[in-house]
Design a protein around this ligand. Structure first.
Ligand code: Q46
Ligand code: ZN
Ligand code: ZN
Length: 320
């Protein structure tokens, strides 16, 4: 296999573009795709301060790396979720990445801020961990980016993530999600920071190749709660189609942005937002979903503590 640019030995094949690249030309291709995404979708300007949400995984660290290489003013945000070993290792990888590049990383602990780790928030509210986690991250990303003066928050979602999420939304005809699914979520209303996904033109395999070729030390293990997630099933289905017909994911997602989404946009209504009565974040309800989640977890903890303190009928104390 030869590089289509220099005819040298190719390191990475990009079948959907009928191309193969040597190391240097692959990195150039990767950077061009990111630059094109940022410019075509008007994500941010070179002078805008960007906050990159990093998890220690290949996608978010590759994104941070490429933004720094392209000369953007990109800082990182690591939210420690309190998921045992996974959180510890992913935090260390993120911190080491930042240190090696002399880049700024903000580290925020969910437990320190709200009194619960994500697993505790989930168990105290009887939710699946990813639901409590998603709510927590969305809330904290927005608040921290806004409070610390960033114009935009960037996440490492790639083409596989976006195509899988689109497939899920299509299978259930989630028209409100379909109307909103886009690599740019503008800060349309007060209190919202603009959110962007500069890797949406690149597949998971390409992002992994970038991380390996640039020597990024990322956490390989998935979060233990990821196993069995529906999104993994959709990714598998799309990978099967992609193997037989290269370009399926690209056509599905980029075709949707161009031809499908406008129809859902026209039909969709935009809900009215106002500040949450407790935390001030924008919400459609009186109190936002995240504040209600934390409140419910607190009530459960108090109830359990009170039950544990009650004297028991057998005379023994009610401690654990
Ligand atoms: S970190 Fe959080 Fe993911 Fe882990 S608990 Fe689920 S949502 S799987 S991206
Ligand atoms: Zn080459
Ligand atoms: Zn709130």
């Amino acid at each position: 296999m030869r590089c289509i640019k220099c005819r040298g030995t190719a390191s990475v094949e990009v079948r959907r573009h009928n191309s193969a690249f040597c190391r240097d030309h692959f990195l150039e291709y990767f950077e061009n795709q990111v630059r094109r995404a940022i410019q075509e979708q008007e994500m941010f300007r070179p002078e805008d301060p960007v906050l990159v949400a990093v998890s220690g995984g290949k996608d978010s660290l590759a994104l941070w790396d490429v933004l720094l290489r392209l000369g953007y003013r990109a800082d990182g945000l690591y939210i420690s979720l309190g998921i045992d070993e996974y959180s510890r290792v992913s935090r260390d990888k993120s911190a080491a990445f930042a240190e090696a590049r002399n880049a700024t990383l903000h580290v925020v602990e969910v437990e320190e801020e709200y009194g619960f780790t994500v697993p505790l928030l989930a168990s105290h509210t009887r939710r699946v961990p990813c639901s409590a986690c998603g709510m927590t991250k969305r809330h904290m990303f927005n608040r921290i980016a806004r409070d610390r003066g960033y114009a935009v928050l960037a996440t490492g979602h790639n083409l596989d993530d976006e195509a899988a999420s689109l497939l899920g939304n299509l299978l259930r005809w989630q028209t409100d999600y379909l109307a909103r699914q886009h690599p740019v979520l503008p800060a349309e209303q007060d209190g919202f920071v603009k959110k962007v996904k500069p890797l949406y033109r690149l597949t998971e395999k390409e992002t992994a190749a970038y991380a390996i070729l640039t020597g990024i030390d990322y956490i390989v293990e998935e979060c233990p709660n990821a196993a069995g997630a529906r999104s993994l099933l959709y990714k598998e289905a799309l990978n099967l189609l992609e193997r037989e017909s290269p370009g399926t994911k690209h056509q599905l997602y980029l075709g949707f942005l161009e031809k499908g989404r406008p129809a859902f946009r026209q039909a969709g209504e935009r809900p009215e937002l106002h500040p949450c009565a407790q935390c001030g974040e924008p919400t459609t309800a009186e109190v936002c979903a995240f504040c209600r989640l934390v409140e419910q977890a607190r009530r459960t903890r108090e109830r359990r503590a009170a039950a544990a303190a009650l004297p028991r009928a057998d005379g023994r104390d009610g401690g654990p």
